[in-house]
Design a protein. Sequence first.
Length: 153
Amino acid sequence: MLEETGRWWHLATRIQWIGFGLGLPGGVLLAVTAGRPGAWELVGTAATTVTSVPLAAAYVVTLLRVTRRFPAAGRALAPAGRAAASNYLGQSVLCCLVFTGYGLALAGRLSPLAVMGVAAVIYTVLLGLSAWWLRTHRYGPVEYVLRRVTNGT
């Protein structure tokens, strides 16, 4: 098995080097070309589109490595996974309320760093709510409704 032979760590390291090596410069290119005349913005968007898959793989492998090295981190993040649909919808609603005209209309007004801060706050709030909810319930609220609808009970 890949994990038992130690090859997993070697493969994980390669995924990280390739993913971050391609993906981070692609993201920087997008940031630099955003709002530039059409062709430049198109180049930045294309580069990001091509490099987003290896970057996502590098993020996943990094998260796996962190949770294996520090099991408490995995336990802390587990409620978000157990209520993934609820968190996904909650994140969508909160982002709409923060960034669109239905709410604070902050789209285009915040720096990229501030947007990351808002995202971190939203994630932290939803993670806390998920942990609180799952203390007394087996599933997240959306997961519960989906189970009721699909199982007919």
